[in-house]
Design a protein around this ligand. Structure first.
Ligand SMILES: [Fe+2]
Ligand SMILES: [Fe+2]
Length: 485
């Protein structure tokens, strides 16, 4: 027998893992008992109509950053969802908050038990939610390549649920088990048992929404995982660090998806000699999505995703930080005392009917800071999209709306603000809303383009082919062998 490489995943147990689950009978049993309910959820709420198709998926086989995944055809219900943690770092410390300098905790400190459980459950709840939101999209996939990427994202969100459920079973006893059950009970958009966060109860009606969602909302996920990866509770940190490896692909799907949509629109406009990007009727007649509508979709998904960061000023966030449970983005790279008791942070607030920057205690402004880091990260992608438009010689620039635009949580939830930052009356807002957010008409138009395109190497007319395929395969590779259930 050859010895498996360091960090290799053990596939001999029902639940693949790299944490010696075989030696942890209690947790293994708990997870094996949770497994049928998960499969049941996957079969009823996972990708609709494609459960018997063979999908060219990557599966984690190791946590070695140089070669952690292998690609092969898998039927999604047979995907090996496993528990994978980044390796334990020797002598890792709590790097921030009141316990800074202590050895990182290998178990849950009693006083932080409720707060940690809450963090795990909130993160865990988003993972199955997005699978539920995206379950109808296979039917209108614009290519086999895109269909495969959708399903890859879906199985990995499923794995992220496993990652959080492992923490619940391993560290939170009876209430952990109950929470793990609850994660299979709630449903995105359900009136009685909705998912916990707003953006995860919105519909994802079309593929442009899917690309926007993976760009904007999965990126919120990335920021949350980045700050949980800083946690003094070491198993949380290790779990989130490995999840981030997978999350990078979700960002890629979103950014390139929107970019390819833009590219195709610009290409069609040029071929037809249309110079005015606002001549929407003419652009739409070409069977591509006009740039102003793409801007509206970005406005919607960006604003919904900003809500996921919570209130700008939050004592919960301060307690999570002070407790050493959830840090800042790139915590250990920041040059300050990592305790923040005397620090301030500039926060955008509504003061006497005006949007102003006010210095607030940095501890209570932790959410605001993470949201700022998120906005910067989003802006990078928007800049790359604008390069595509510029290269095509079209005069149009995509912009992120101000953070006060279309908000439902925090400082700006009760005011109406335009994309150029003006405070508006309710009447002005209602009059202009359809100029700034996707209207029924926009939705109908996009829906009319969502025709399945499942021929090898073919792409729907509204979307450019990718520059490169997955796993060094070409754009014409048979990424999904479709067997309809
Ligand atoms: Fe995820
Ligand atoms: Fe994701």
């Amino acid at each position: 027998m050859t010895t498996p490489p360091a960090g290799a995943v053990d596939y001999s147990t029902k639940i693949p893992n790299n944490i010696n689950l075989a030696d942890d009978a209690r947790v293994l049993k708990a997870l094996e008992q949770w497994h049928p309910g998960y499969i049941d959820w996957w079969m009823t709420m996972g990708p609709e109509g494609f459960q018997t198709s063979d999908v060219y998926l990557r599966t984690a086989i190791s946590i070695d950053p140089k070669g952690w995944a292998k690609f092969d055809y898998v039927k999604m219900p047979e995907y090996r969802w496993g528990i994978l943690l980044a390796p334990q770092e020797e002598n890792r410390l709590v790097n921030f908050g009141a316990s800074k300098g202590e050895k990182a905790w290998q178990d849950v400190p009693g006083e932080h038990r409720a707060a940690l459980r809450r963090l795990v459950v909130i993160q865990g709840d988003t993972e199955p939610a997005s699978v539920e939101q995206q379950r109808h999209l296979g039917a209108t996939a614009p290519s086999l390549y895109d269909m495969r990427n959708l399903f890859q994202v879906n199985v990995e969100e499923g794995r992220h649920l496993w990652a959080m459920v492992y923490l619940l079973h391993k560290y939170f006893g009876k209430d952990g088990r109950e929470e793990a059950e609850g994660l299979l009970q709630r449903r995105s958009g359900d009136a009685d048992k909705p998912r916990m966060l707003g953006a995860f109860n919105e519909a994802t009606p079309d593929w442009l929404s899917f690309f926007m969602f993976t760009f904007f909302t999965d990126r919120d996920g990335k920021m949350q995982l980045e700050s949980l990866a800083q946690s003094g509770f070491d198993p949380m940190s290790r779990t989130c660090r490995f999840m981030l490896t997978e999350e990078a692909h979700h960002m890629f799907v979103g950014e390139t998806g929107v970019s390819r949509t833009i590219e195709r629109t610009c290409e069609a406009m040029k071929a037809a000699g249309i110079e005015d990007p606002f001549d929407i009727a003419k652009v739409r007649a070409l069977g591509v999505i006009d740039l102003p509508t793409i801007q509206k979709k970005a406005n919607l998904h960006y604003s919904l995703s900003l809500d996921l960061f919570g209130s700008e000023i939050s004592t919960n966030a301060a307690n999570f930080y002070n407790g050493g449970l959830k840090g800042r983005f790139m915590e250990t790279k920041i040059d300050d005392d990592h305790v923040l008791t005397n620090a301030t942070y500039p926060v955008l607030k509504l003061v006497d009917g005006q949007i102003k920057t006010v210095d607030e205690p940095a501890l209570t402004a932790i959410n605001m800071r993470l949201r700022d880091d998120y906005s910067k990260d989003c802006q990078g992608g928007v800049n790359r999209w604008n390069k595509v438009i510029e290269k095509a010689g079209i005069k149009f620039e995509l912009k992120l709306p101000p953070v006060a635009f279309h908000r439902h949580i925090g400082e700006f939830k009760d005011v109406k603000v335009s994309p150029d930052g003006k405070l508006l009356s309710e009447t002005e807002w209602i009059k202009n809303r359809d100029k700034w957010l996707p209207s029924k008409d926009d939705g109908d138009f996009i829906a009319s383009l969502m025709q399945a395109c499942w021929e090898r190497g073919k792409y729907a007319g509204w979307l450019a082919a990718p520059k490169v395929g997955i796993d060094n395969k070409g754009g014409d590779f048979e990424y999904v062998k479709i067997h309809r259930a």
